[in-house]
Design a protein around this ligand. Structure first.
Ligand code: SF4
Ligand code: SF4
Ligand code: SF4
Length: 350
């Protein structure tokens, strides 16, 4: 494992980076009781838009191959977003005319208090100690409230799967983290634009870079506070995060904070039953949808089988009819020949 990419998420608690920690960084490094939560720091000044991270993500997550190869950089000419087969994408921006482009990688930001988890009434999303926000497809009822709730428009849905569609998003390579490995994209980045480690240490490094090269970076670590903080952090060159397609107006309140007032104002009985009923409705609806899809598929298969059977039978009957026709013609011809011979004999006798 490359030390340069890894800052001791699973051990080395309390390691100081010897950096000039800003008051801002210290104030919000740990959000709601996850002192050792991990994260990734993306430095847009280092990213060259090579898409090696996209390729690695595709490989480690065994996702379908895209239509255009990962070394085809022409895809950067269009702004893309993640989809059910793509957990991460890199987009190109030209913040200032005549200056070099800036590249930004997008994926799930692994919010400290995820809106997707708040919106999910069957608790399919969970913020783990590693920092990763993970999804449990076995309990998901397919309501897609998580997709609506995510302020970063990240989760997507397998609309093309009729029976067991899933919500799809970056997992921060949770299975790899549990094995002590780096996220695939971090490991693959040739420019160290991605750095994995404890969130609090990443914040120190981020503020160090900002302070160490005055005028180069926007004086802000995106994700330090946005929506209550995220595990994926960003630093970017001037002029702004908005110039590289990032929403600068999300505010600092987390999703639960934003909804708690409204929820508290609703009496329990009046509040819980609609939620339960909505849940039951969604579960039933999904089951119905799956049952309906299964029924349709079974009918289609039956029709296909019946059609095939019927076609075989028809062809058999046609063949039989052809043979019978031939025989009938032969009989008729024979009869005609016999009649003609008889008529000839009678003619001779007369
Ligand atoms: S970025 Fe969206 S999908 Fe990812 S943890 Fe935050 S709310 Fe959930
Ligand atoms: S952390 Fe893993 S799943 Fe997320 S973008 Fe990187 S490689 Fe893909
Ligand atoms: S691999 Fe690194 S340098 Fe290349 S596009 Fe991804 S983040 Fe940027």
């Amino acid at each position: 494992m490359k030390r340069r990419h890894f800052l001791g998420l699973l051990g080395a608690a309390g390691v100081t980076m010897g950096t000039g920690v800003s008051a801002q960084a210290a104030s919000s490094a740990d959000v709601k009781g996850l002192p050792n939560a991990g994260g990734v720091l993306f430095d847009a000044t280092r990213c060259i838009g090579c898409r090696k991270c996209e390729a690695a993500c595709n490989q480690v997550n065994e996702l379908p191959k895209p239509a255009k190869a990962f070394d085809d950089l022409s895809v950067l000419d269009t702004i893309r977003r993640t989809d059910a087969k793509t957990y991460t994408i890199v987009n190109k921006y030209v913040p200032e005319a005549g200056k070099p482009p800036v590249f930004r990688k997008s994926q799930c930001n692994h919010c400290m208090e995820p809106a997707c988890a708040s919106a999910c009434f069957v608790a399919a999303f969970k913020k783990t100690e590693t920092g990763a926000v993970v999804y449990d497809e076995s309990v998901c009822v397919g309501c897609r409230y998580c997709m609506v709730a995510c302020p970063f428009n990240i989760p997507t849905y397998e609309y093309d799967k009729a029976f067991t569609p899933r919500v799809m998003k970056c997992t921060m390579c949770y299975p790899r983290l549990l094995e002590g490995k780096l996220p695939g994209c971090v490991e693959a980045c040739p420019k160290e634009a991605l750095l994995f480690g404890k969130r609090r240490e990443l914040l120190n490094i981020a503020w160090d870079r900002i302070g160490g090269t005055p005028g180069r970076y926007v004086e802000h670590v995106y994700g330090e506070r946005e929506m209550g903080g995220t595990s994926w952090l960003y630093i970017a060159p001037k002029p702004s995060f908005a110039a590289i397609g990032m929403d600068e107006n999300l505010g600092t309140a987390s999703a639960p904070e934003l909804t708690s007032g409204a929820l508290a104002a609703v009496p329990a009985v009046a509040g819980i039953w609609p939620v339960l009923l909505t849940g039951l409705y969604a579960i039933t609806k999904r089951k119905d949808k799956i049952a309906e899809a299964e029924k349709q598929a079974a009918v289609a298969a039956a029709i296909a089988t019946a059609s095939a059977d019927a076609a075989a039978k028809l062809s058999e009957e046609l063949a039989k009819a052809e043979v019978a026709n031939k025989r009938r013609i032969e009989v008729e011809v024979t009869k005609a020949l016999e009649a003609a011979a008889k008529a000839a004999e009678e003619g001779e006798d007369a």
